[in-house]
Design a protein. Structure first.
Ligand code: AMP
Ligand code: MN
Ligand code: MN
Ligand code: MN
Length: 282
């Protein structure tokens, strides 16, 4: 089988960040859905990897180590996926711990904002019911709680009305720098990939500056086929990858069977002209 024919899913989340399944459950679901090569990419966390790897190998699933690092670039939040990392690399482990460290304070501030600006009380405690890793309280956990109390019909409505920039529960936060994230990934022997580029609210000029800086730092790939891109964006970002000389990655960004639009392993193949980031891996 050629690399582009494999069902490769290099972006997914477990309960160790803001997904709902345990790493081993996610491995089983990936296997069931026909995935050949899988990466768990929890936000700012690598502690799900041992369980994920053991489960994947037991199922005969090819396993790639991964992480999704939160970055602040020009005041915007950008996600950088690291693949094929050594998850025990000290600078990476310490960098991720630093990146996670403000989440608790931010969550309390979000709850205070939701209370004072939207009259929603108890959201910190409510969100905590969904948290699997006390170091990784996320907006997703708040979103699940706000759906639970009937405020919105689904998680994406909660983001639209409460948790995204400009809404009452949004609290600005400073994550890692782009140079730090790419540096930690490369220092751990990995490949840096821009996650879901179609989601960022950047002008064409800012996008060019961003991709140029990412490339200069040693970034190698962008996600072209991802759960949050439209079919048109698969082609649009494949062309952009060609312009900058980036390889392409593919990942569902699966979090939960309840709010999944695209299941793990459920994406179409990369466009023909894309160069798979995994082509040289096996
Ligand atoms: P945080 O790292 O706490 O800022 O949370 C970011 C996470 O929120 C992302 O990784 C997604 O899982 C989720 N998220 C962000 N925007 C949306 C959206 N519009 N709809 C659903 N989930 C979202
Ligand atoms: Mn997430
Ligand atoms: Mn992301
Ligand atoms: Mn993700």
């Amino acid at each position: 089988m050629s690399p582009s024919e494999l069902n490769v899913d290099l972006h997914s989340h477990s309960i160790i960040s803001d997904g709902v399944l345990a790493p081993a459950q996610l491995a089983a679901r990936a296997k069931q859905n026909g995935v050949d090569v899988w990466a768990l990419t929890d936000h700012d966390e690598v502690r799900g990897i041992p369980e994920a790897r053991a489960a994947a190998l037991a199922l005969g699933l090819r396993y790639i180590t991964g992480v999704e690092i939160s970055v602040t670039w020009a005041g915007k939040t950008i996600h950088i996926v690291g693949l094929n990392i050594d998850e025990n690399n000290t600078e990476l482990v310490n960098g991720l711990a630093k990146t996670r460290s403000g989440r608790e304070r931010r969550a309390r501030d979000m709850a205070a904002e939701l209370a004072s600006r939207a009259g929603i009380h108890g959201s910190y405690e409510g969100a905590l019911k969904y948290v699997g890793n006390p170091d990784l309280i996320s907006r997703s956990h708040f979103a699940r709680y706000l759906v639970e109390i009937g405020l919105c019909a689904n998680v994406s409505e909660v983001f639209k009305h409460y948790l995204s920039d400009g809404n009452p529960g949004f609290v600005p936060h400073r994550w890692a720098t782009l140079a730090e994230a790419v540096g930690w990934i490369r220092g751990a022997g990995g490949v840096a990939v821009v996650a879901h580029p179609g989601r960022y609210d950047l002008s064409p000029v800012a996008f060019d500056a961003f991709f140029t800086e990412f490339k200069d730092l040693g970034g190698l790939a962008i996600e072209t086929v991802t759960g949050s891109h439209t079919v048109d964006q698969y082609d649009e970002y494949t062309k952009i990858a060609a312009q900058y000389g980036f390889l392409s990655s593919r990942g569902s960004d699966f979090h939960s069977p309840q709010d999944a639009e695209i299941d793990i392993g459920g994406l179409p193949a990369l466009p023909k002209m894309a160069k798979p980031v995994w082509a040289s891996w096996f």
